[in-house]
Design a binder for this molecule. Structure first.
Ligand code: A2H
Length: 253
């Protein structure tokens, strides 16, 4: 935990109905997985959402019509940031485990994929952000390795009830050109560092250090409305658009 508050963008990933039986009380409402990101300009490259299978989540009333699925801690913070039907008091409509929401089909802002799925990642921290992470395997080594594990290990898919069609059709989408690591920088650094799974924490942390600075400060957008623009400049433009269109909200913790 840092000393200064961290300001995230919460991406509203809409859950496509019909909902599974455990979520049937939510039918008729607009339900979103609310993913906390520091890189809203990467949303073009989304291939899935991540949850912790053993993590505790809930469906919380944000307004009369909108529901966010996230951790209780995040719901409480949101309630003090004017994002709760009842001010300063989160209302949980149904408690859910991460495992219960694996396989949910989602429509996410800016994603080139029309539908993406909720999948398990073991490094998701329930104490950080909302406990929901959007996956951009082109630019995040954690996302790349977790997707690679699911793609290459049928037993890992089976363990969490992940269907082939939620994973196998999803390719890495190049969205940013990195001056030193090309347009799939996360894949490139994971291959160079010979990272074998999402569990290689130290190597992944090194990989992140190596690519993030260059990707953000010297990278160039290669897709979307701001193709050709430096990532650093495009970030706030893309973020503001998402906030204006109500496809995202601000969240601090
Ligand atoms: B970022 P910081 Cl492409 N557990 O979004 C684990 N990781 C989490 C999380 C949680 N509960 N909540 C958010 N995150 C991830 C995109 C991205 C991100 C890219 C590149 C770098 C990057 C796509 N995933 O983050 O510890 C989210 O992944 C680099 C820092 O608060 C979020 O932004 O600094 C980032 O970690 C927040 O990390």
């Amino acid at each position: 935990e840092g000393v200064l508050p961290q300001e995230y963008t919460l991406i509203k990933m809409e859950v496509v109905s019909p909902f599974p039986p455990k979520m049937s009380v939510l039918e008729g409402k607009k339900v979103y997985l609310a993913a906390a990101t520091l890189r809203p300009e990467t949303m073009y490259g989304q291939t899935n959402a991540w949850v912790l299978p053993a993590g505790k989540y809930g469906a919380f009333e944000i307004s009369d019509t909108e529901v966010f699925i996230l951790t209780k801690k995040a719901a409480l913070n949101l309630a003090y940031q004017r994002l709760s039907r009842v001010p300063e008091q989160p209302t949980c409509l149904v408690e859910l485990m991460g495992q219960d929401i694996i396989g949910l089909p989602l429509r996410s802002p800016l994603a080139f994929n029309d539908i993406i799925y909720t999948l398990p990642m073991l490094s998701v921290l329930t104490e950080k952000g909302t406990g929901i992470v959007t996956s951009v395997p082109s630019d995040s080594p954690d996302d790349y390795m977790a997707l690679q594990d699911l793609k290459s290990k049928p037993a890992f898919r089976a363990k969490f009830g992940v269907k082939d069609e939620w994973v196998l059709p999803f390719e890495i989408i190049p969205i940013i050109n990195h001056p030193d690591f090309g347009d799939k920088s996360a894949e490139r650094i994971c291959i160079e560092k010979k990272i074998k799974s999402q569990n290689e924490r130290e190597k992944l942390d090194e990989a992140k250090k190596v690519i993030y600075k260059g990707g953000f400060y010297e990278g160039t957008m290669i897709v979307g409305d701001y193709a050709g623009m430096k990532v650093q400049e495009a970030k706030s433009l893309i973020r503001n658009k998402l906030l204006e269109s109500n496809e995202a909200v601000v969240y601090s913790e």
